[in-house]
Design a protein around this ligand. Sequence first.
Ligand SMILES: Nc1ncnc2c1ncn2[C@@H]1O[C@H](COP(=O)(O)O)[C@@H](OP(=O)(O)O)[C@H]1O
Ligand SMILES: [Mg+2]
Length: 356
Amino acid sequence: MSDYSSELHIALLAVQRAVILTKRVFNEKAKGTVSKDDKSPVTIGDFGAQALIIKAIKHAFPKDEVVGEEEANTLRENKALSNQIWELVKGTKLDEPSSDAALGGELESEEDMLKAIDQGNSKGGNKGRIWALDPIDGTKGFLRGGQYAVCLALMVDGQVKVGVLGCPNLPVDDKEPLDAKSGEDASDGPGRGVLIGAVEGQGATSRPLGTGTLQNPSAISMRPIQDLKDATFCESVEAGHSSHDDQAEIAKKLGITKPSVRMDSQAKYASIARGAGDVYLRLPTSKTYEEKIWDHAAGDLIVREAGGEVTDVHGNRLDFGVGRTLKNNKGVVAAPKASHNEVVEAVKAVLGSKAS
Ligand SMILES: Nc1ncnc2c1ncn2[C@@H]1O[C@H](COP(=O)(O)O)[C@@H](OP(=O)(O)O)[C@H]1O
Ligand SMILES: [Mg+2]
């Protein structure tokens, strides 16, 4: 039986390398939005980070498939854009040569970069080894200088076995509690950048996000919470991704008085897993939207390995084995194990028939 140590190692390094690129994109103000769709913007960093991570996975585990958020069609139709991304990608490497070599080194050409992006086209499913990749989760947060995450998870036969979240704008300090400002502009703040990882059955860890050899990990766990009325709740910044009104009603039902913490991306999962917050709610805003597996796979395992439970709004575990989306689930409820049931009951009472 695999202990997934080499998968975790490669995933941590690949995410670290991709963050070098996303930070460059941000700092060089090359973050221009690519897609016309204002609701789900895509930046040049999304494409570049996806290429770098898929290159690393295919080098280390050639037979594995990848479900990646992006595809290269737009770039094949827009040579100038493709070239702009290649100029950023080609110089991006870890500053420690043996770590970079473990990821297969640099992509060799612009065409290789496009091919790597397109290798994220797996249909998903419940057979074999499939990685779920979100190169920049929380693109809107990224563009604002707020929270975003580079997210990578390995699923085997539909079960998440390894999860990694690179959160460049979260504090290094696991115990720095969230407050109303945690989701706001935090780019280039001192003491920021954390890399969270988990392997099924082996717990979750955090370490400072570096640029070369991996730094030493510390075990993380959710905060023991005696009474839910003292809980800190996290939710999306975007009301279109999760209903703020329903969330406020649920918080009230549980006696919570603290305002919710709004932040983009799976930084919410990372934050509750290390005890900086307690509960993450994602409440459906439409009957038709299907959550994407790359928005949840890593966070789901990390929270469960840190002593939490993660389900949908009906209390069912998230089913990652049914394709590129979580079509069997609605919304997300993540909370410490001992309180999870109480939160789900409050969610059910408030959503009632709205969640079916
Ligand atoms: N109507 C909707 N409901 C829920 N999630 C949505 C949504 N439209 C887009 N999203 C997803 O929400 C993600 C961001 O989550 P959050 O709100 O927690 O920051 C987006 O990821 P990207 O930023 O990678 O596109 C996108 O996949
Ligand atoms: Mg995403």
